[in-house]
Every structure is written in structure tokens, then in C-alpha cells.
Ligand binder design. Structure first.
Ligand code: CA
Length: 397
């Protein structure tokens, strides 16, 4: 997210002013709120010393509330989501991680019954194999959200106390606690309560360290999937072909055996007969004119990690690519494809060369890039969406 100083749009500047005005009374209330949090934490077994040490010098940051309230400018199409999460860079780096950590991944498969490709895919999607450090201090983010959040204040209070339990138990040092504004952190992006419930010590040093120990992090991901109903040896599913004019049932949760789907005329994507899956649901992420998948309980286990079918599909397709299998074969129902991270960065570089100020090209599409894209879209006679898609990209090449 860009800092306020870089926002060009007058309406955004007004939002920034309004937020600045909101910070003054917030600070006055923060001390009394933290005092209430302290009483609550002590009632949950946190020592006064732990609480005071972790909250020492913490000030609220209303940018966290801004992040909480941020509304995406438009719903991200699933082809954009997958294009950035399952790009060639992610696949190449994932294969390197499979080789580098082969020994520990083998032991994780033995211990949890979850295959290495899925574990590494979750790692890649969650934290880009640990390369994306958390931006926010967890005590600051969670106390701000617990005191000034526009919703779910109790949730954030619980996560703050869970953070303190992680430190008090000696799993992590307080200064390691950096994550998302909502408290997800470490290689696996667990929120603190999930960390307490499902993190494991797999390197045997007595601490559950999902920030600096890759064995602990990968084993904790496997443990999460196992606890979410993973079926050892089963596939997440695969892409299928629907008969023309298919009007039968669909949906991830409407699971049926393969004979039932075969009876409706559904085949594997290459036209061969369905086989090799337990009960599966028919997932149509972009409707009946886009790719179709039969998905099993192992897809649901990935879904449990982040409660979005697009997310579970990204994990599943990335895991297949890491196995050396092809990606999705049916085109998405669009003539304006999504861009990989490398293409997004190149798009920004080309916008700079065309005279636009988009900041430093980094592949992250912020307000400046969106404004520039809208201008290009207008010149192309396209609707002005600000979306970084293939048509705008190709027009600048
Ligand atoms: Ca450990």
C-alpha cells in the first residue's frame, strides 16, 4: 500500500486528511483501551511483565484501520488472481525449494501424510517461500484493531492475547512478530490463535518457530492440512470436460462419486473416463463457460486454510505444476488475460517510458499505476477500470 504522500487523487487526499483528524482522539483513548486489554490478558494467563514488555512504546496506527476498511476497486477476476499466484517464477522457485528441502519434506510426508507438492504450494502462495516479510508489528496491529477496529474487536483482542502466549511460552521472541495487519505471520501466515493450536516443532529444538525454522513451518502447514481432513494419497481433483449444454448440479460442497458424474457425461479434460478420485464436487469458478474441475476433500483442506475457492484452486494448480503436470487447459471466459508478476512489473516499466509516474516499478499495482492504466484504457476506447490486463499490456509493447 502506498503512503499518503504519494497519492495524487484529490479524493484520496481528503480521505488522508480525515484519517489524520481521527488519529488525535484515538491516541487519547488508546491508553485506557490498553489498560482494559491488560486486565483481560492477565485473566487469560499472561503475566504483567510479558504484557508490559510487549506493549511498551506501542502506539496505534490508523493505517491499520484503513487497511481493514479498504474496499477493492473492483472484484479481482479469478484469471488475474491465478496469473499472479501461479506464474513461472513461483513454479521455478517452488521446484528449487522442493530440491533444497527434499529431506525434511520426505520426513513431513511420513509424519503427516500430506504430499510435499501441496505443502510447498501453500508456502509459495502464503509467503512467496518466506520472501515476503510482514509489514506490521503484531502488538501494534492487533492492539490498534482491538481498540479502534470497525468490526471484530474481540477477535483481534483474542489474537493479541494469543500473540503474547506464543512469546510467553518461549516459542518466539517478541521482535520476530511482524505480519499482516490482521495478524497473519511467518512462513505459513498463521494467525496467532492458529499458531497456538496447530504449529509444531519439527526441528526438535523445543520451540515452534514459524518465522525462522523452515522445518517447523512446513510441518505446521502439513499438520494444518491433516487436521482439515486431508486424505493421504488422494488428489485434490483435476480439470474435467462438461458435455455440451451441461445443466446438472455444481458446487464444491455437493460431493458425489465418480460414477454419478460420469453418468452426467463428464469426462477428464482429455476425454478419458473419470477415475482415481474419492467423492468430488464440480467446481465451476467462472461459470459453465470456463474451466471445470472435480474437487475432493483435499481441495477442501486447502480451502480451509483461507476460505476462498480461488485460493484453494491456486494451491491445487501450483501443486500440479510443481509435480510437473500441466496447468489449466480450458481458457478462462475472457479476451483480456491476467498478467504474471513479471509482466506487471514490465507493464509499469512501459508506463514509465510512456511518461506516467507510477513510482518504482515493483509489480504491485497501486493507485498511481491504476490511474495510469485508466488513462491508457481511455486512449484505447476501453472502459476505464484501472485493471492490469493483457490488452493494456499488449498495447504498450
Ligand atoms: Ca523448532
Amino acid at each position: 500500500m502506498k503512503r499518503f504522500g504519494r497519492l495524487a487523487h484529490p479524493a484520496l487526499a481528503l480521505v488522508a486528511l480525515a484519517l489524520a483528524a481521527a488519529i488525535a482522539p484515538a491516541r487519547a483513548d488508546f491508553a485506557s483501551c490498553v489498560s482494559g486489554l491488560r486486565s483481560h490478558a492477565l485473566g487469560q494467563g499472561i503475566s504483567g511483565a510479558t504484557f508490559d514488555r510487549m506493549m511498551s512504546g506501542v502506539t496505534p496506527d490508523m493505517k491499520i484501520i484503513e487497511a481493514m476498511n479498504a474496499q477493492p476497486e473492483f472484484r479481482t477476476p479469478i484469471w488475474d488472481y491465478l496469473a499472479t499466484l501461479v506464474d513461472e517464477q513461483k513454479i521455478a522457485e517452488g521446484r528449487a525449494m522442493l530440491a533444497r528441502h527434499a529431506s525434511v519434506l520426505s520426513r513431513i510426508e511420513q509424519a503427516y501424510g500430506v504430499d510435499r507438492h501441496t505443502v510447498v504450494a501453500v508456502w509459495g502462495v502464503e509467503s512467496d517461500y518466506g520472501q515476503v516479510p510482514g509489514r506490521w508489528s503484531l502488538p501494534q496491529a492487533l492492539s490498534t484493531a482491538a481498540c479502534f477496529g470497525t468490526r471484530r474487536r474481540e477477535f483481534f483482542r483474542t489474537e493479541l492475547v494469543s500473540t503474547m502466549k506464543i512469546v510467553q511460552r518461549g516459542d518466539l521472541d517478541a521482535e520476530k512478530l511482524r505480519g499482516s495487519w490482521a495478524g497473519a505471520f511467518g512462513h505459513t501466515q498463521f494467525i496467532p490463535s492458529t499458531y497456538l493450536r496447530l504449529a509444531v516443532d519439527f526441528d526438535g529444538d523445543g520451540r515452534r518457530d514459524l518465522v525462522d525454522s523452515i522445518p517447523d513451518a512446513l510441518a505446521s502447514t502439513a499438520n494444518y492440512l491433516k487436521k482439515s481432513g486431508w486424505i493421504t494419497g488422494a488428489s485434490w481433483g483435476y480439470e474435467v470436460r462438461l458435455p455440451a449444454g451441461y445443466a446438472g448440479p455444481s458446487g464444491r460442497t455437493g460431493k458425489q462419486d465418480l460414477a454419478s458424474w460420469a453418468g452426467r457425461g463428464i469426462t477428464r479434460i482429455d476425454g478419458s473416463a473419470l477415475s482415481g478420485l474419492p467423492a468430488a464436487g464440480l467446481l465451476l469458478p467462472a461459470g459453465r463457460n470456463g474451466p471445470a474441475f472435480l474437487v475432493t476433500r483435499n481441495f477442501d483442506a486447502a480451502y480451509a486454510y483461507n476460505a476462498a475457492e480461488s485460493y484453494a484452486l491456486a494451491i491445487s494448480v501450483l501443486s500440479d505444476r510443481l509435480r510437473g503436470r500441466p496447468g489449466i487447459r480450458t481458457p478462462w471466459p475472457t479476451d483480456d488475460r491476467g498478467l504474471s508478476r513479471a509482466e506487471r512489473k514490465e507493464l509499469q516499466e512501459r508506463l514509465v517510458r510512456a511518461g506516467y509516474d507510477v513510482g518504482k516499478p515493483d509489480g504491485a499495482i497501486g493507485p498511481l499505476t491504476r490511474a495510469a492504466i485508466k488513462d491508457v484504457e481511455a486512449k484505447l476506447g476501453m472502459p476505464q477500470t484501472g485493471r492490469a490486463g493483457g490488452k493494456v499490456f499488449d498495447s504498450l509493447r
